[in-house]
Design a protein around this ligand. Structure first.
Ligand code: MG
Ligand code: MG
Length: 261
């Protein structure tokens, strides 16, 4: 069941997503060679709580029956696609790290992810990040009232596959609101004109998870970390958007992240 949001609810969604955006920017300031992802997690948790939010991912129940998620952000390095658990391994120049952040504020959730470069990355990794981010915005551009979820999916898939990249099938974008994951699912692959109709009040997280090689992934023994099977790097960019008043609005933002670069 898709919960369409009122203007008042979208206002709260906007606030939650702005806090996510500011948290990601804060984390981004600390991304450099020698820093551990556990340190990034501490920065995020402190920032979220200082601003009155609750990190949604902390103690998030494990869908595979394992232990709950132990941290406030997911930090997915290089060949980790999603759900990387912050650890004590220092980042090194040339790494990429996808920081996925969820915040609950005043009863509503925000959700956004940005893949950061640690120092200089190789040209082909930089291109993977560029194309994945572009795919996110091309998907968002299709999230117009009266279109269908499949229009978003198709736009993301078409661009990424035209570059020979893999589109991960096992994980998808989602509706978002009082719960982090609501209906509808928003896959990064699909056909134009298919799927649920986009109506006013729809709030969804669009989040291409794109690999440099094969789209095949596997889960590590911690029951969280998802890696590419071929060991090639993977990128992940995510925005939460709302469709309302006949327009689409991106509720999260990369502006502060990119201003700080
Ligand atoms: Mg996310
Ligand atoms: Mg999400």
């Amino acid at each position: 069941m898709i919960f369409l949001k009122t203007e008042d609810e979208i206002e709260l969604m906007r606030a939650a997503n702005q806090l996510v955006a500011k948290t990601l920017a804060e984390v981004g300031k600390h991304v450099k060679s020698g820093v551990t992802t556990k340190e990034l997690d501490r920065v995020a948790e402190e920032f979220i709580r200082d601003n009155g939010g609750v990190p949604t991912f902390k103690d998030f129940p494990n869908p595979c029956g394992g232990t709950p998620f132990p941290a406030s952000i997911c930090t997915s390095v290089n060949d980790v696609v999603v759900h990387g658990v912050p650890n004590d391994t220092p980042l090194v120049d040339g790494d990429i790290v996808s920081v996925d952040c969820g915040v609950l504020l005043d009863g509503f959730n925000g959700d956004s992810c940005y893949t950061f470069c640690v120092g200089e990355v190789s040209e082909d990794v930089a291109k993977l990040l560029d194309v994945t981010k572009k795919a996110l915005y091309e998907g968002i551009a299709c999230a117009q009232q009266g279109k269908r979820i499949g229009d978003i999916s198709s736009a993301v898939q078409t661009l990424c596959e035209s570059h020979g990249y893999g589109v991960v099938r096992e994980f998808v974008g989602h509706g978002i609101g009082r719960k982090m994951h609501e209906d509808p699912q928003v896959p990064n692959y699909g056909r134009k004109g298919n799927g649920p109709m986009i109506k006013s009040g729809l709030c969804i997280a669009i989040e291409p998870m794109i690999t440099m090689g094969s789209p095949k992934v596997y889960m590590m023994e911690d029951n969280w970390t998802i890696k590419t099977r071929d060991g090639k790097p993977s990128a992940h960019f995510e925005h939460t958007i709302a469709v309302h008043k006949g327009k689409l609005e991106i509720l999260s933002s990369f502006e502060d992240i990119e201003k700080a670069k």
